[in-house]
Design a protein around this ligand. Structure first.
Ligand SMILES: Nc1ncnc2c1ncn2[C@@H]1O[C@H](COP(=O)(O)OP(=O)(O)O)[C@@H](O)[C@H]1O
Ligand SMILES: [Mg+2]
Length: 319
């Protein structure tokens, strides 16, 4: 449904220390696809480029290179006006339910702002759609005239989800949507999204640093390190047979992957800076099986199976 090809996003920043302009490659040459009615989980340490990737896919951050194909069109080459018909179908939900809802708008105004922008419908219909949507996210329908500050974080996130889903989108970037919530609200929000995925045939790019949540909701998992996808594939293949040492390390810190014979392994050392990335494989400075070639040569894409890809010189050798 959505195909991301060789996508890169670079930022040009002024270094006050070095008195020069630096290029920060936040996303580098990323390719993967999101099929219809599937959830792709995107994981990686803070600062590795997850949010930038999500925003670049939707045209909210300018790409440096690459394509995002949707209905046979490259979204990134469309003008704002040409993009408009697709905007409704391609949405994003952010982490912070406090700043994402306008405090001066009533819940009714929040829920229907996008709807009235995209569709010319009478306000009575907007009202009944809002009430139906609130019920679907487990909120009472008598809150329409109230304001965001009257609600808890979990309730606000459900209002934010309702505002997005009322547009009947096809694809949503969920950027750390449950990260600001306590455990029971997290579960509620994740289950809601999962239900909507089935009932509306939604596709999600589910960004999170929480590996357990990603493992629960995803159909496919992409692992990102310093701006690049290092491994991508079907969830069970990634969990049962991670082929990149970084994936292995990430998931072995949460699960006993494989059976208990395999030893647990924790990534050591500092994550290198995003501006001065290492040569060769970006992970080599922290990789326990790195060899000379890893320090020099960018690892090529290797197919572990038709549904499992990895960028590593020695895939599957750890574990
Ligand atoms: N608008 C921006 N201008 C300059 N640098 C940015 C901008 N947005 C993000 N970055 C940098 O890009 C890198 C990736 O950030 P981000 O995508 O937010 O990572 P993540 O969501 O994985 O934590 C970070 O080093 C961040 O500081
Ligand atoms: Mg982020």
């Amino acid at each position: 449904m959505l195909e991301i090809q060789n996508l890169s996003t670079h930022f040009h920043i002024n270094s006050t220390k070095l008195f020069q302009k630096l290029t920060l490659k936040a996303v580098e040459n990323v390719s993967f696809s999101v099929a219809s009615n599937r959830v792709v989980g995107l994981v990686g340490e803070s600062g590795c480029g997850k949010s930038t990737l999500g925003k670049t896919i939707l045209g909210l951050t300018k790409s440096t290179e690459g394509k995002v194909l949707y209905e046979d069109k490259n979204l990134l080459s469309l003008s704002n006006r040409e993009f408009l018909p697709y905007r409704k179908n391609l949405q994003i939900i952010f982490q912070d339910p406090y700043s994402s809802l306008n405090p001066r708008m009533t819940i009714f105004e929040i829920l229907t702002e996008g709807l009235l922008h995209h569709k010319n419908i009478p306000s009575s219909e907007a009202r009944s759609l809002s009430i139906a949507m609130l019920e679907k996210v487990g909120m009472k329908s008598d809150i329409l005239e109230r304001y965001p500050h009257e609600f808890s974080g979990g309730q606000r996130q459900r209002i934010a989800i309702a505002r997005t889903l009322i547009l009947e989108p096809k694809f949503i970037v969920c950027d750390e949507v449950s990260s600001a919530l306590d455990v029971s609200n997290q579960a509620q929000v994740i289950n809601l999204l999962n239900d909507f995925k089935s009932s509306m045939g939604l596709s999600l790019l589910f960004i999170s640093h929480d590996l357990k949540i990603v493992s629960y909701i995803s159909d496919e998992i992409a692992i990102m390190y310093l701006g690049k996808i290092v491994e991508y594939g079907n969830k069970s293949e990634i969990l049962n047979s991670p082929h990149h040492p970084y994936t292995f390390a990430l998931f072995s810190s949460v699960y006993d992957i494989h059976n208990r014979k395999k030893k647990r392994y924790v990534v050591k050392g500092e994550i290198p800076g995003v501006v001065n990335k290492p040569k060769g494989c970006y992970f080599h400075t922290r990789c326990p099986i790195a060899k000379d070639i890893c320090k020099e040569v960018d690892p090529p894409l290797k197919n572990v199976s038709d549904t499992h890809k990895v960028y590593c010189h020695f895939p599957g050798e750890i574990g």
